[in-house]
Design a binder for this molecule. Structure first.
Ligand SMILES: [Mg+2]
Length: 272
């Protein structure tokens, strides 16, 4: 009997793009929990942000943070430790750590006089004001492992040079909404592949079938890595088109309604 492993993106996939509600997928979430099917949250969100959501969802499974930069596993979840111990969770970091990123940023600021302000330069109050988050949410957004969001305060020309200098240190600058994110090379597939190995090693006599659900370009490699990709219709624009469309599930409805629809089909196909 094949056992499902479900990897899911959050924003726009399990969570509604506008309301952040997962209610339309509530029934599927209950059925998955009843059958003890691992639901592994995989998002660009930070550890603190996912931890809060995981508690609200009553989810006790591993999770993937910051676009695959790190994986957290509840201590004792697998028979043998798989990551670095650290209290409630073991961790495995796949990208350049934030400490290293901050070191590079500091040296570049000193050497070139680049003008920017990062999360690490702000007090929690300043961070809350800059992000529009509450103090608690600002704290969670600042619990980062492998990236540093910055506000660029210099010229466009200096920004080009900044980007090039970062690249020479193996770091990228990704444009977000209000901030630009300094981070190393990372993608969601790395954490997914590594976790699949952990499940297979822990239960060698079981056959696992991986399912991935996602809506955005940063989900592509995760979708292409799993046995059954579910391409969720995004709130805006066209659904992702995967290289191999064989066996891809395309729900009609967006976000958590599409999530529910896809899981209904999968739970029927794999009733074990
Ligand atoms: Mg998304």
């Amino acid at each position: 009997m094949k056992r499902l492993l479900v990897f899911s993106d959050l924003d726009g996939t399990l969570l509604d793009h506008h309301s952040y509600s997962w209610a339309p997928a509530g029934e599927a979430l209950s059925r998955i929990a009843e059958r003890d099917i691992p639901l592994i949250l995989s998002s660009s969100k930070t550890r603190g942000e996912i931890l809060q959501l995981r508690r609200q969802l009553n989810n006790g499974h591993p999770f993937i943070v910051e676009n695959g930069s790190a994986v957290y596993i509840p201590a004792g979840y697998f028979k043998h430790p798989v990551g670095k111990p650290g209290g409630e969770f073991e961790s495995r970091i796949f990208a350049t750590g934030r400490d290293k990123i901050l070191e590079v940023l500091d040296s570049l600021r000193k050497a070139h006089g680049f003008s920017f302000r990062g999360f690490n330069d702000m007090t929690t109050e300043e961070l809350a004001a800059a992000t529009g988050l509450s103090l608690e949410d600002a704290c969670r957004a600042n619990q980062r492992d492998c990236s540093e969001p910055i506000q660029w305060l210099g010229s466009d020309r200096a920004l080009g040079l900044f980007r090039e200098t970062l690249a020479s240190h193996g770091l990228n600058l990704l444009r977000g909404g209000r901030f630009q994110h300094v981070m190393g090379d990372t993608d969601k597939a790395r954490g997914v592949l590594w976790l699949m190995q952990c499940y297979r090693a822990a239960w060698p006599d079981r056959e696992f079938l991986s399912v991935a659900l996602g809506d955005s370009p940063n989900d592509r490699v995760m979708l292409e890595t799993c046995d059954i990709p579910v391409v969720i219709k995004p709130a805006r624009g066209e659904p992702l088109c995967l290289e191999d469309s064989n066996g891809v599930i395309y729900p009609e409805k967006p976000g958590p309604s599409g999530w529910q629809w896809a899981m209904d089909r999968l739970l029927e196909m794999y009733p074990g």
